[in-house]
Design a protein. Structure first.
Length: 193
């Protein structure tokens, strides 16, 4: 069965964006970027892949899930199909139709859709954001790959929205971790079931 991986950047106080949705505070450059990109080239937007001359086949993921706010970020940067090299889904109950022919809309019951996708053949499923969607999909998240930046933001959009309402804690274990010279830690967690 395919795995759902929440792969995201975060501050050490658990924020993935400002309250307005900006991620400009995450530093660009350093040694973590090339190392992680080499492992997960499919997590770069198509425009960035093209600019960098990356034409590697998808190694880890062939499907990406985005919340509407995450997808809106791509629209603001000039693309309604940010990951053209992946099967793309936007989860939204407010969009009347798909924002792009290459993007499929999930307007109801994203958990059921993820369960269906996990039964399909293929590579992994990447949940690239946002926090509110991660909160809803937590029962199906198998792995969390966290790029942890040495930044305290103080407020913003949280890793898991306003917090999952859980009957008990959801436990994960560290699969691997690496700390880069630039201070970014890349920690991979696997769910304990």
């Amino acid at each position: 069965m395919r795995k759902l991986t929440y792969y995201v950047a975060s501050t050490i106080d658990g924020f993935i964006a400002t309250e307005e949705g900006s991620v400009d505070f995450f530093p660009v450059g350093g040694d973590h970027g090339p190392a992680i990109t080499a492992q997960y080239p499919e997590t770069l937007p198509a425009k960035v892949r093209e600019a960098l001359g990356i034409d590697k086949r998808n190694a880890n993921f062939d499907t990406v899930l985005m919340g509407r706010k995450t997808h809106d970020f791509g629209v603001r940067t000039g693309t309604s199909s940010p990951y053209a090299h992946l099967r793309q889904f936007v989860v939204s109950s407010t969009l009347p139709e798909s924002p792009d022919p290459a993007v499929e809309l999930i307007s109801a019951d994203p958990l059921a859709k993820v369960r269906e996708l996990k039964r399909d053949k293929g590579l992994g499923i990447w949940l690239c954001g946002g926090g509110e969607l991660a909160q809803v999909l937590l029962p199906e998240i198998d792995q969390i790959f966290l790029k942890l930046y040495p930044i305290v933001l103080g407020r913003g959009r949280s890793l898991f929205g306003d917090g999952p309402k859980l009957p008990e804690p959801t436990r994960f274990r560290v699969i691997t971790s690496q700390v880069f010279e630039d201070g970014v830690a890349f920690v991979k967690y696997g769910r304990i079931r």
